[in-house]
Write a protein that binds this ligand. Sequence first.
Ligand code: GAR
Length: 203
Amino acid sequence: MNAKFPLSIAVLGSGKGSNFQAITDTIQNGSLNARIVCVLSDVADAFILERARRLGIPADYIDPAPYKTKLDGAAELKTIKRLRHYRADLIVLAGFMRMLKSRLLAAFSGRIINIHPALLPAFPGLESWKQALTYGVKITGCTVHFVDAGMDTGAIILQKAVPVLDQDTPETLHARIQEQEYIAYPEAIRLLIDGQCGAWKKS
Ligand code: GAR
């Protein structure tokens, strides 16, 4: 891989940002050769923005209006502009709850990854831990994958499995999956940095 290091990572998130925190912690303890150049959110009061600001990382809200489920139109163009401004090499979706559209995918082709709280291709979409409980599977987990135009369909980088216990509630199962997410996401980024992932390309 022909990358500059530390690798410049932009994080997009809509929620509490615990995966962003796990990646940041791994960078700070010296085991990931990367830096977070910005955090962008489609939710004005998302805690991920607050976490970033406390760490002195540029954190911008991007108004997604008028779209409810996708990043399109003016919001997509603004996002591309911000990502270019901060010279992001890798775009990391961490609880970002919108579908990415073609201009952003083309602008950062092969350089956008996501974490999903299930063992894809099982249970794509929303609240996958609830889908797993409803279906009655005994093992679920998390998946780090490249982002393409589909819903959680891109090439898989790595997965971690967790057991589903008889007494699980949606909350306990999601918490167990998240513990593995905090290990999986830094590990997947390290695979990219180390050139251990064939599908990875850098501009
Ligand atoms: C994570 O569990 C992540 O896998 C999930 O949202 C949570 C975000 O938590 N993402 C999706 O469901 C995407 N389809 P966080 O904001 O604390 O990192």
